[in-house]
Design a protein around this ligand. Structure first.
Ligand code: UD1
Ligand code: UDP
Length: 360
């Protein structure tokens, strides 16, 4: 059986790693890895292949950056050629980025079965581009592999057939579990206590006034506690445009590799973020997480884990950071099936799906 995986942006790489590895250990599968090129800087892409032992992509579509329509259309046009030549038995797509929905749509038209890893998550906020990608990908996919049971409920409520939905657990946590003992300190010395920040959602960083407000609140936090902020390229561009210069204590860094970011998460007194994956990782690591969003497609990190939503309210963010620094935070639990074995469960679901198709 020939499988083809499609990845393109930073959070896809942590997700494909354990799934690819699990199929590589299983006889009877050959695998092709397609990188769309949505992310292309070495510190947004190559570093994860090296650190996570992902084989070099067989194909790179080199789509690069663009508007949503341009990027999605480029992936579709270039991926269609690959998939038409390669004719895989199944295509696996990951998460909620533009590359995900583009690949799923191409396959649906070519009648190639699609498995969506991380299906069913919903923020119910269609101003978020990823929500559109999630909804459409889940309408198109034949196998819906969910990280938490809220995903199953969402999919059933949208009329997706029960037999397509499989609660397999969280593949991002597979990578985390595997990497815990490998996490890597940065070269410069760390402050004894620090807050770790990432921000890259358009809703937080694309509006100059909103971004300025956030940065000045982080500068205030930095008067009491060091703040480490590896800056996503989207955000770096926006910061350059507003001309912000960071005070001492607020360290604006380049994006760091996975193993270093894990080291920082493990030691952070609090994480302030708008990332999807980091809400999950902090829950697993039981580190306080303040999410700068009005909603989350990962509600289990709030109801079960260590995540609290601050919305866009910077005053609330500062209060929550203060609370976390004083040690007053919920402990949280690790959600069901966030156990490092999601990749293996995916192999079983895919194997059984493909063998029943061959039989019929
Ligand atoms: C994308 C995903 C988002 C995900 C994020 C993870 C979509 C709609 N968005 O957002 O869901 O959370 O990746 O990091 O798919 N850039 C570079 N170098 C790179 C990549 C991007 O400089 O290697 C800059 C470019 O100026 C580009 C901008 O970042 O225009 C945005 O990149 P893009 O992939 O469009 O969206 P992200 O904000 O990265
Ligand atoms: N991450 C990283 N280096 C960084 C910032 C994040 O390795 O400088 C990792 C993080 O640990 C998680 C993933 O990137 O595994 C999350 O990706 P991102 O925040 O870009 O996307 P999202 O999850 O919001 O879609």
């Amino acid at each position: 059986m020939k499988l083809l995986h499609v990845v393109g942006a930073r959070p896809n790489f942590m997700k494909v790693a354990p799934v690819h590895a699990a199929f590589a250990r299983t006889p009877g599968f050959s695998q092709v890895l397609v990188h769309t090129g949505q992310h292309y800087d070495a510190n947004m892409s190559d570093v994860f292949f090296q650190e996570l032992g992902i084989p070099a992509p067989d194909v790179n579509l080199n789509v690069g950056s663009g508007t949503h329509a341009q990027q999605t259309a480029e992936v579709m046009a270039r991926f269609e050629e690959v998939v038409t030549t390669d004719r895989p038995d199944m295509v696996l797509v990951y998460g909620d980025v533009n590359s995900t929905v583009a690949a799923a749509l191409v396959c649906a038209k070519l009648l190639i079965p699609v498995a969506h890893v991380e299906a069913g998550l919903r923020s119910r906020d269609r101003t978020m581009p990823e929500e559109v990608n999630r909804l459409l990908t889940d309408q198109l996919a034949d196998l819906l592999l969910t990280p938490s049971s809220d995903g199953d409920e969402n999919l059933k409520n949208e009329g997706r057939p029960a037999e397509a939905i499989h609660f397999v657990g969280n593949v991002m946590i597979d990578t985390l579990v595997r990497s815990l003992s490998l996490s890597k300190p940065p070269q410069s010395e760390l402050p004894p206590r620090f807050a770790l920040v990432t921000l890259h959602r358009p809703s937080n960083v694309d509006d100059p006034a909103g971004l300025r407000e956030l940065l000045s609140a982080l500068a205030d936090v930095a008067t009491g506690t060091d703040v480490l902020f590896p800056v996503h390229p989207r955000t770096r561009k926006q910061i350059a445009e507003i001309g912000f210069s960071a005070p001492p204590g607020l360290r604006l860094l380049e994006p760091v590799g996975y193993l270093q970011f894990l080291y920082l998460q493990q030691r952070a007194a609090v994480v302030v973020t708008d990332s999807g994956g980091i809400q999950e990782e902090t829950t697993y690591l039981r580190v306080p997480c303040v999410t700068m969003r009005e909603n989350t497609e990962r509600p289990i990190t709030v109801t079960v884990g260590t995540n609290v939503l601050a919305g866009k309210d910077v005053k609330r963010m500062r209060e929550l950071v203060g609370q976390a620094l004083s040690g007053d935070w919920k402990k949280g639990e690790i959600p069901p099936l966030w156990d490092g074995k999601a990749g293996e469960r995916i192999v079983e679901v895919v194997r059984s799906y493909l063998s029943s198709r061959t039989a019929s």
